[in-house]
Design a protein around this ligand. Sequence first.
Ligand SMILES: [Zn+2]
Length: 387
Amino acid sequence: MTSAPGPALFELLAAELPAAIELRHDLHRNAEVSGGEAATAAIVAAALGAPDAAVIAGTGRLIRIGPSLGPAVAIRAELDALPIAEETGAPWSSLTGAMHACGHDVHLAALTAVGRAARQVELPVALLAVLQPREEAPPSGAQDIAADASFTAQRPAAMIGVHLQHQFPAGTVAAAPGTVNAATDDFEITVTGTGGHAGYPHLAADPVLALCQSVVALQQLVSRRVDPVHGAVVSVGTLRAGTAANVIPPTAMASGTIRTLAGGDREFLRAAVAQTVADTCRASGCEGAVAITRGEPMLVNDPGLTAACQPLLRAAGFSVDTEFRSCGADDFSYYSAVVPTLMLFAGSGTPVSLHHPRFLPSDDAVGQVATAMLAGYLAAARSLAET
Ligand SMILES: [Zn+2]
């Protein structure tokens, strides 16, 4: 075991940032969507000094730095961009029609800087850089990597993720223990009635009215049936019905999402959404069916790892928020099932929302995310040394 590498690593990290910022511009300009991130992965793997790193989960890469034996602390960065037409006006705007509107270009550049700094010291515990595909679109890249034998063969003992968050100013990092992102289930409603002439509604069974009443009824589930201190969401995002103003259509459809932060609420709301739609539609002489697609589980921050990281974040100069949790979702949650995880949220320094065509954190975000990643690594490495 070498002496504490912490301060030296932070200095080495600072020296890596100019090159990492150049890399960020390059990745941003050549953004690739989910499942098609092969070039992005190859560029980052080469920058991390491992151009021949094993491919995992289609386009992902695992790059181990430091001791080849023993446990590793994994750090995840996502490879994919979104199918969004960029409107930032940045000189290095995307040339591909896809856009890094979720900050994954920043995360990748930050992880590269951390990895390159880590190669210059004798690490106490291996660092496993996880370049993960398909965070933004199913099938989840995290789910595939978490289940892959080549990942578990690296003996990950802790896993760190850092995501930009527009609700915080630059210089703030959220590190809250417990559940920090919601479990997510999407649903599709199909209401079947009897179509007919809009002037003769008594001869039809109107699925449009039944669907609208169902959407309203669903809003009572969280407000009246879920413990108000838990936090949950049922949102309907799409409605589809009909082709003409004077025709009652035979069917009407909607889709939405269920978000839950407490374990029992997930199964309750899945069943309650289906029952509420079926019963509401029956009252209108229609039939309501709900198909639910199971999504990400809750993202849980390991309490010990979180507590170990908070003072390191403060020592690195961050203002630390210890409360932040949201009904957003990130497939980083799939790693929680196989390894203690810590997801940190770093202020993006721009009020423009993630996934917006004008989302453009400054280049300073690369250093902030990298510093938070390094704090997470050191917290995990020290916790492992103590056990
Ligand atoms: Zn993201």
